[in-house]
Structure formats: C-alpha cells, structure tokens
Design a protein around this ligand. Structure first.
Ligand code: FPP
Length: 216
C-alpha cells in the first residue's frame, strides 16, 4: 500500500494523515474486492523493516491496524474472513505489542465462520525472513529441504499462490512481499498513491491476472 506519505505531502499534511487515508481506502478496496468476487486479498500493512520509522509514525500505523482489525461488524456483513501473516509473536526478534496481538487474534476469531473472501494482513512481515524461518523449521525437524517442504512450512501454508501482485504509487521495484508465493505472477502497476487506489485499478489488476498465461 505504497504512497501514503507522498499522498499526504502533496496535500501539506503529515505522513500519518496519509496512513489514516490509506486505512480508510483499504476498507473501500475490500468492498470492491468482494464485489469483484476475489477469493483472497493480501495486503502489506507493516514490514519487518518498518520498525525503524519515526516512533510516532510507527505508533500511528499500529493504531490503524487495531482500527482495521476492529472493523469486525463490517467484515462480517461482507462475509470476509480475516487472517494474518507475519513473524510469530514468540520469535525472539518479534516486536508486535500485546494490544495489536490481541486485536489480530480477536479479528481472526470473530470472522472465522465467514465463508467469502479471505483478507490476509501482513503485519511484521518480511518474505525473506519467512523463507529463512521455513527452512530453519524444516532443518530443526530433520526434514529434507524441497520446494514442496518449504511451501508447507511458510507462515500460512494454506494461502494459494499469488495470481497478481499490485504495486501502487508508481513503484516499479520488487519489495520484500510474498516473494516465494508470487513466483510467475504478473505485476499490476498503478500510478495512484494507495489512498487513491480505486475499484477501476483493482479491476485492471484482476484482468491482468485473468489474461496471464499462468492463470489457474
Ligand atoms: C507505505 O507507504 C505504507 C505503509 C508502510 C503503511 C501501510 C499502512 C496502512 C495503509 C495503514 C492501514 C493498513 C492496515 C493494514 C491497517 P509509505 O509510508 O512508504 O509512503 P511513501 O512511499 O509515500 O513514503
């Protein structure tokens, strides 16, 4: 969800206002995704690298996660199931505060009976850390390191492969997001900053996925 900071700067607002607008747009994008019949939407909410941002910005983004995970009534109305992908809370390097852990656990519990779209929020997530964790888990269990074994040891092994990756705000570089799962996926480039990412942009991403030679 890139470009919150730039969106705010263009309007003479603090970066935190961009993140607030980003969270509100995420709620709108979730509605659009449900309308388009998308089964899985996974969003990058906070990366393992984001902890070095100014404390006030980190605190603000954490608060927005609490807000998002608190939208249970809205998610239930949309029949959306919430999941989380990220570094396990008991990992020695994990830094997720207890109140965010509790909000995540509660949202998962309160939406687990929903049968529509799965919204997976990546929080304290890094793809390279995830892959290293999978390999380390297999090694510790004395398992052979194969592609299938790594698949099965990822944070959320049930998550299907990525059909299309979206980059907003004119970014054209690969980020540390679902690198293993997005193998072969097309990338949908949107010039809109995340707070302006629209249902038309999402529709274009779905089209790109449908027209991809790897489409399942
Ligand atoms: C990247 O834009 C955005 C983030 C690091 C935070 C994303 C968080 C939200 C949209 C808040 C709500 C989301 C959830 C899941 C609760 P940036 O800050 O790097 O902006 P820039 O690229 O313009 O500097």
């Amino acid at each position: 969800m890139d470009g919150n900071g730039r969106w705010a700067k263009q309007r003479g607002l603090p970066r935190t206002a961009g993140h607030t607008a980003g969270e509100e747009n995420l709620a709108a994008v979730v509605r659009s995704a449900v309308r388009l019949g998308i089964d899985h939407l996974t969003v990058f909410g906070f990366s393992t690298e984001n902890w070095v941002r100014p404390r006030q910005e980190v605190r603000h983004i954490l608060g927005l996660h609490k807000k998002l995970f608190g939208r249970v009534a809205e998610l239930n109305e949309l029949n959306v199931r919430v999941r989380w992908i990220g570094r396990p809370f008991d990992d020695p390097a994990a830094r997720t505060p207890r109140y965010v852990q509790r909000a995540i656990a509660k949202a998962i519990r309160d939406t687990e009976a929903n049968t529509g779209m799965t919204l997976t929020v990546a929080f304290d997530y890094g793809s390279r850390t995830e892959i290293a964790h999978a390999v380390e888990t297999l090694r510790r269990d004395g398992r052979e390191i194969t592609v299938e074994a790594i698949d099965s040891a990822l944070y959320q092994p049930d998550l299907p492969p990525v059909d299309v990756l979206v980059r907003t705000s004119g970014e054209t570089r690969v980020s540390n997001f679902l690198l293993w799962q997005a193998h072969g996926a097309p990338i949908s480039f949107a010039s809109a900053a995340w707070p302006d990412y629209s249902s038309d942009d999402l529709r274009a991403a779905v089209e790109l996925a449908r027209n991809s030679p790897n489409h399942r």
